[in-house]
Design a protein around this ligand. Structure first.
Ligand code: NDP
Length: 248
């Protein structure tokens, strides 16, 4: 039995891109997937496709900014599949713009979804993982969480925050001997719907050109999530950077 087979895996941001690709791959490998995002039609379509291929999937419309939604997603996993083994906190937005454009609504959305959304997911699942003395929390940060670039101030700040809180979570879990594994993934250009969140026209054009030149498929990131889960319980893939071979 692979380490993915029969695991109950919650995925946020499952309605497109990296989350959708990961849900499909893990379900193929025998995981029971629990899908969360805001677009119900997309979640329903994905869950049906997984079930049609012989996999197991349920979904719940989830806004990760709302702590009650994150809790309800964890509860759905328990009610449907009897527990939860892994949570992939992947939902995110990237409405990049120069700070001087003062797109403060976009700043707030990124802080809400990219940081508070991850914290809400951790808060929803941590008591269960602590009690059962096992569990795996995986997040999607970004290379923007490792390296600054013009236009990416707030996005990068949110992804740096994810990096920091995941490293502290890793240390505290080890200290508290809860056997909770943590993994942070840092993707570069991955072809998804992420660029549609950019409202600044110049930024949008620049990023679109970059992704058209270099972007690779979200399935590549899904492989990394599966790899992290597949390791033996005593082995933690702390961090993983992944991007197009051709991207400088
Ligand atoms: P997509 O735009 O395709 O996916 C983003 C997902 O997040 C969607 O499923 C969206 O679903 C969900 N989402 C957004 N806001 C919320 C919310 N408030 N509550 C619940 N779900 C939400 O892009 P990606 O697949 O690329 O993005 C996934 C993650 O990968 C993000 O965290 C992103 O920052 C990160 N990343 C992506 C890179 C790339 O190049 N694509 C590079 C580095 C990191 P819905 O709208 O239905 O709610």
């Amino acid at each position: 039995m692979s380490n993915v087979q029969d695991k109950v895996v919650i995925i946020t941001g499952a309605s497109s891109g990296i989350g959708e690709a990961t849900a499909k791959l893990l379900a193929e490998k025998g995981a029971k997937v629990v899908l969360g995002a805001r677009r119900e039609d997309r979640l329903n379509q994905l869950a049906e496709a997984i079930k049609a291929s012989g996999g197991q999937a349920v979904y719940r419309v989830t806004d990760v900014v709302n702590p009650a939604d994150s809790k309800a997603l964890v509860q759905l996993a328990k009610d449907t599949f009897g527990g939860v083994d892994v949570i992939f906190l992947n939902a995110g937005l990237m409405p990049n713009s120069p700070l001087s454009a003062l797109k403060t609504d976009d700043w707030n959305s990124m802080v809400d979804v990219n940081i508070k959304g991850v914290l809400n997911g951790i808060a929803a699942v941590l008591p269960t993982f602590t009690e059962q003395k096992s569990g795996h929390i995986i997040t999607t940060s970004s290379v923007a969480g490792l390296k600054a670039y013009p236009g990416g101030a707030v996005y990068g700040a949110t992804k740096w925050a994810v990096r920091d809180l995941m490293e502290v979570l890793r240390m505290e879990s080890a200290q508290e001997r809860t056997n909770i594994r943590t993994a942070t993934i840092y993707p570069a250009a991955i072809n998804t719907e992420l660029l549609s969140t950019i409202s600044d026209q110049r930024m949008s054009e620049g990023m679109t050109a970059l992704y058209e030149q270099y972007g690779i498929a979200p399935e590549r990131v899904a492989n990394v999530v599966a790899f992290a889960i597949e390791q033996p319980a005593d082995t933690n893939i702390n961090e993983f950077t992944i991007g197009p071979t051709a991207q400088p």
